[in-house]
Design a protein around this ligand. Structure first.
Ligand code: SF4
Length: 458
């Protein structure tokens, strides 16, 4: 399977690929630009009509055809702090600190994703996801390496079987961008592996022998790191297993390297449906024209796209940020599916938020936007306990026959809870009785509910 990785070809080297540390690094903090500057401050040379990215500042000599070649992007990922300092002002001391961080938690970012960062804003939401922070080390003892205890449920190498009807295939630990909040950060030190053909055979054999498995999730690392041909070898084999109903692919390529979602890949996926794709946008600024085109190509190939974002401190931990993100996703026809509480992974504590923040965000969205725009906020429980959805508490009180509910405006409503016995006696129209559960509520908050007899009743 090693051969399936992006093949290195001899290609011309562009000026922006060469090390020009002297001209770009900023060893003297005194010389750093004061305060936050807008990306557009540095983009005088950007062609008119183009949106603001630092592409034309840093990669101006790269022709469009090369820039849009995902293999070029992948080969030219920024993986060393010295190279990073060519794009983001880092003092000598900061570089030394980040080198230490990357010895434990490596760095990788595609030129495309890097170009979305405002280099002068330390709080840039994309920078915080991709660029290492010293807090990964200073708070590095908090949390655990494998919070979901995936090792416990690994039944053959690379195959996690936790729920009866689903299995997870982890094909590689390689990703185009190493996200600082990644749950599988523990894998990064293992130096880039891809499952061997024998391991893949063992996975397929396991799925074939377990008839309850109807849903196969291909994840990673990022499985789209593999070539389309090798992905097809695997997906076509999974499709031959009669009891597998759906295949899901978990990938961040539409966000961090959307050029990977090319026609060749989409045509291949279209042959083996139903295939669902779950991706991982965390901020509205990631929804670029390139990302939108990638999602559109998938959708036109019959591959529904859902989004699983992670709630991250200082990145998307506000009602406004989540609402903008989810509205942006709906505009590109991607469904906001899950909002995950950030797992307690070592090296991510600085990005984690109290659970109450997620609940407040959902509460702040409910009623103010359509339900389609509201993801399910979940905690993935430690020790393999699975996902638990968390909701604001809308039930204020409950008896056998009645619920007292509050709505998104804080108004209180009584809701008669139908029982089997009550149905035949219901008059055509009744006033909901005030039960003991409501007795303690102020009179002005009691809202009588008219209930009509339903033809389905009884
Ligand atoms: S793409 Fe996913 S698996 Fe890869 S580093 Fe990011 S969060 Fe982790």
């Amino acid at each position: 399977m090693k051969a399936s990785l992006v093949r290195l070809k001899s290609q011309p080297m562009y000026k922006s690929e060469k090390c020009h540390l002297e001209s770009c690094s900023n060893d003297d903090p005194e010389e750093e630009p004061p305060g936050k500057r807008s990306i557009s401050d540095d983009l005088e040379e950007e062609p008119p009509g183009k949106r603001t990215t630092t592409r034309y500042r840093f990669f101006g000599d790269i022709p469009d055809a090369v820039w849009n070649d995902w293999k070029w992007q992948f080969r030219n990922r920024i993986t060393r702090v010295e190279r990073l300092a060519q794009f983001i002002p880092l003092s000598t001391k900061e570089q030394a600190q980040l080198r230490l961080v990357t010895m434990r938690f490596p760095l990788a970012v595609t030129p495309y994703y890097l170009s979305l960062i405002n280099p002068y804003d330390p709080d840039d939401p994309i920078r915080k996801q991709a660029i290492p922070s010293t807090m990964e080390m200073t708070m590095g003892s908090m949390g655990v390496e494998d919070p979901l205890d995936e090792k416990k449920d690994t039944v053959v190498p690379g195959l996690v079987h936790r729920y009866p009807d689903r299995v997870l295939l982890v094909l590689t630990d390689i990703c185009p961008v190493l996200c600082r909040h990644c749950t599988r950060k523990r894998e990064w030190r293992n130096g880039g592996w891809v499952r061997s053909p024998a391991e893949v055979e063992a996975m397929l054999d396991y799925i074939s022998r377990h008839k309850a498995v109807r849903d196969v999730i291909i994840s990673g690392g990022d499985p789209l790191t593999l070539s389309t041909r090798h992905l097809e070898d695997l997906i076509s084999r999974i499709r031959e297993i009669k009891h597998v109903e759906i295949i899901r692919i978990g990938t961040r390529f539409p966000v961090v390297l959307p050029q990977r979602i090319d026609n060749e890949l989409c045509s291949m996926l279209a042959k083996y449906g139903p295939i669902w794709l779950n991706t991982h946008f965390n901020h509205v600024r990631e929804i670029t024209p390139e990302a939108a085109e990638a999602c559109d190509r998938l959708l036109r190939s019959g591959v529904p796209v859902n989004n699983q974002s992670v709630l991250l401190r200082g990145i998307n931990d506000s009602i406004e940020a989540q609402t903008e993100l989810c509205h942006g996703l709906l505009k590109i026809k991607v469904r906001p599916y899950y909002l995950f509480q950030c797992d307690e992974v070592q090296g991510t504590e600085h990005l984690r938020t109290p659970v109450e923040v997620g609940i407040k965000i959902i509460e702040g969205m409910r009623g103010h936007t359509s339900g389609l725009a509201i993801p399910t906020f979940v905690i993935d429980l430690p020790q393999g306990g699975g996902k638990v959805p968390l909701q604001p508490d809308y039930i204020l009180a409950q008896t056998e026959g009645e619920l007292v509910l509050r709505n998104y405006e804080g108004r209180i409503f009584h809701y008669r809870n139908p029982t089997k016995l009550a149905c035949p006696e219901l008059p055509a129209e009744v006033l909901c009785p005030a039960g003991s559960a409501t007795a303690s509520l102020p009179q002005e908050n009691r809202v009588p509910i008219r209930v009509r007899r339903s033809s389905k009743c009884g």
